[in-house]
Design a protein around this ligand. Structure first.
Ligand SMILES: [Zn+2]
Length: 299
């Protein structure tokens, strides 16, 4: 009898902790429990899920997502969720193991970039560190449209009663992105300069949308201390092209961008990668800010 009681207590504890088979269909206030891998995925999912979903990020805000290791809290959130929203393209190499460990049989996985035409990484170092594809598709207005549609489908699959609601929100979100894409295609067509320098090379998909070109400081300083020879070549690169703006992201040390900017007489302007949630405003506002700042730097 004592032994039975002991087993009963253990089972109760596991249930209370919400581990194992502890998923919920809805949260206490009737929302669909969703986890998104990082900030940008949460932002897009919230734009589509509206007040029907409760979205948590697995990667805590302020953490560099490229170097994430799952935590107990994120494990617990995953075991309770109905939907997991991932970017894909190698952005979440930890996801497969984590999903296995969560043992959540009713979890629906959405790979937001499933219909995005991937950009191959070309440099050996980059492939070793980040895999075969460049993962940063969420920073492109055209890719984000495909991602919104994939996320809406996943939410509807988990919560069919609200399908029409998710689809209507996705339509509205996509229309705003199309508008943004159209107006900046026109603007970028009119500028003479087509290239910009940024800290973290996160804008290849955005560049593909608008026929622009990025160069990144991180490409030079990726690992360890800045190397004097590499810095010198980047300074020369900026001088040759008359670069007047160096973009910098909150997640990457702005120091290198700042010293480069000082060296070549350029100004440092912040840009959002939407990886860690440092910026103000929602997804669309931050995207528009990025496009406007890049446009201003090319005028
Ligand atoms: Zn990144």
């Amino acid at each position: 009898m004592k032994r039975l009681l002991y087993i009963f207590c253990c089972v109760l504890l596991v249930l209370m902790a919400g581990c194992g088979s502890g998923h919920q269909d809805k949260t206490a206030d009737g929302k669909l429990p969703v986890v998104a891998s990082f900030y940008a995925m949460k932002e897009i999912t919230e734009a589509i899920g509206g007040d029907k979903v409760e979205v948590r990020t697995l990667i805590p805000e302020g953490t560099e997502p490229h170097e994430f290791q799952p935590t107990t809290r994120s494990m617990k959130d995953l075991s309770r969720a109905r939907v997991l929203v991932l970017q894909g393209l190698g952005m979440e190499p930890w996801a497969e193991e984590m999903v296995k460990a969560a043992e959540n049989n009713s979890l629906i996985q959405v790979v937001a970039a499933q219909n995005v035409q991937p950009i191959q990484n070309e440099e050996k170092e980059e492939i070793r560190e980040h895999g075969q594809y460049d993962p940063h598709a969420w920073l492109s207005p055209s890719c984000a449209q495909a991602e919104a549609r994939a996320i809406a489908d996943g939410l509807a699959q988990a919560d069919p009663a609200n399908r029409a609601y998710y689809e209507a929100n996705a339509d509205r979100f996509i229309a705003r992105l199309q508008q943004l894409e159209g107006s900046y295609k026109e603007k970028f067509r009119q500028v003479h300069r087509k290239d910009f320098v940024t800290g973290h090379a996160a804008f290849a998909y955005l560049c593909r949308d608008f026929s622009l070109e990025q160069s990144s400081v991180e490409g030079v300083f990726a690992s360890g201390e800045p190397n004097a020879r590499q810095l010198a070549s980047l300074v020369e690169f900026c001088r040759e092209r008359g670069v007047k703006t160096i973009f910098t992201e909150a997640a990457v040390s702005p120091k290198t961008s700042q010293s480069l900017a000082r060296e070549v007489g350029a100004k440092v302007v912040p840009i959002h990668t939407l990886e860690g949630g440092e910026g103000e405003g929602n997804y669309l506002q931050q995207m528009e800010e990025n496009l406007e700042r890049i446009y201003e730097s090319l005028k």
